[in-house]
Design a protein around this ligand. Structure first.
Ligand SMILES: NC(=O)c1ccc[n+]([C@@H]2O[C@H](COP(=O)([O-])OP(=O)(O)OC[C@H]3O[C@@H](n4cnc5c(N)ncnc54)[C@H](OP(=O)(O)O)[C@@H]3O)[C@@H](O)[C@H]2O)c1
Length: 298
């Protein structure tokens, strides 16, 4: 079975490709905007294609040439501040890129799996289940929601997998994720300020990749919330990182989100209720502390 993955160089992408390789039953077409940062090649069943999804023509040609049975779309401009700084680029990539992929997947009638975000919600009354009404508060969230809508209105068999604050082991060339930032700062003896008035259910990247595989194997249709189970603030998460690494949690100052003048507004309380994924897919996330230990190599 042929599976095409966008965003394969990213935090999720790299872990997802490894799990797909481990399954041993897929011809994997990994794509990324830059050159490959994957440690896999043809002998692992992985072919890498450099592809900018804003290049409509090339995207159409490549997808039609591969004709994938499954298309997992994880590529995006993922930083809310980057989307706020350049709304056009954000729209072109997150919305336009998704539209192009949906059109390109029509001929092959690919099963289209789209990776979305808790930032489709306003964060007034999380944690959320799949029936909650989205209402994004920033450009990134708006772009992800619009892409979701296009996916759900398409004639393809589709699934939307939303996730929250993804953490995991470092990947080559990846942007630093929160837990590694905490580790670096505390290891260097620096004080850090971390927000204590936002709530999330952090997601271990291996669980997210596993959740995507469960959706894929069951050929599930619809929206699925895939995250960890434990609701916490970034400050609480940072303290857990310090405890796991036996670093000084006293150097982590509690602050409110208003302390930082961020270009993009953040939803205060998101996090997910994952009952649907547990019941329908058999999805079981690790405990947050275990996920942190594995991610930090402890
Ligand atoms: N990380 C989180 O906390 C989080 C939370 C909720 C939802 N999500 C969603 O989960 C998905 C994966 O996130 P992630 O954390 O793995 O993100 P990531 O590490 O930032 O990776 C995103 C990838 O998208 C690729 N990309 C960006 N623009 C592109 C373009 N124009 N054409 C082709 N590829 C392009 C990049 O490729 P290159 O590296 O090759 O440039 C990058 O590797 C995203 O859809 C994101 O919205 C993530």
């Amino acid at each position: 079975m042929k599976v095409l993955v966008t965003g394969a160089n990213g935090l999720l992408g790299q872990h997802l490709i490894r799990q797909l390789v481990d399954e041993g039953k897929f011809a994997i077409h990994a794509t990324g905007k830059g050159s490959s940062r994957l440690p896999y090649g043809e002998k692992n069943g992985v072919t890498y294609h450099q592809l900018d999804i804003t290049d409509t023509k090339r995207t159409q040609l490549l997808v039609e040439k591969i004709s994938p049975h499954i298309l997992i779309h994880a590529a995006a401009i993922t930083l809310p501040n980057e989307c706020a700084a350049d709304k056009t680029a954000c729209w072109k990539t997150n919305v336009g890129g998704t539209r192009t992929l949906l059109r390109a997947a029509q001929k092959a009638k690919s099963y289209f799996i789209y990776v979305s975000s808790d930032f489709v919600f306003d964060g007034k009354d999380g944690p959320y289940d799949e029936t909650a009404v989205p209402n994004p508060v920033n450009d990134y969230g708006e772009s992800k929601l619009l892409a979701e809508k296009m996916v759900s209105m398409s004639t393809l068999h589709w699934a939307v997998i939303r996730t929250v604050l993804v953490y995991g082991g470092k990947v080559p060339g990846g942007r630093p994720n929160f837990i590694h930032w905490v580790k670096e700062k505390l290891s260097a003896g620096e004080r850090i300020q971390v927000v204590d008035d936002q709530f999330r259910t952090p997601t271990y990247v291996e669980d997210l990749a596993k959740g995507i595989l469960l959706v894929l194997m069951k050929h599930a249709k619809g929206i699925y919330h895939i995250s960890g189970k434990e609701l916490c603030t970034p400050h609480q998460l940072a303290v857990m990182v310090a405890d796991v690494l036996q670093l000084d949690a006293g150097k982590i100052d509690k602050v409110t989100a208003a302390t930082f003048k961020e270009p993009a507004k953040r939803p205060p309380k998101t996090g997910f209720i994952i009952t649907k994924a547990v019941k329908e897919l058999g999805y079981v996330p690790v405990k947050l502390e275990d996920g942190l230990r594995r991610s930090l190599g402890m």
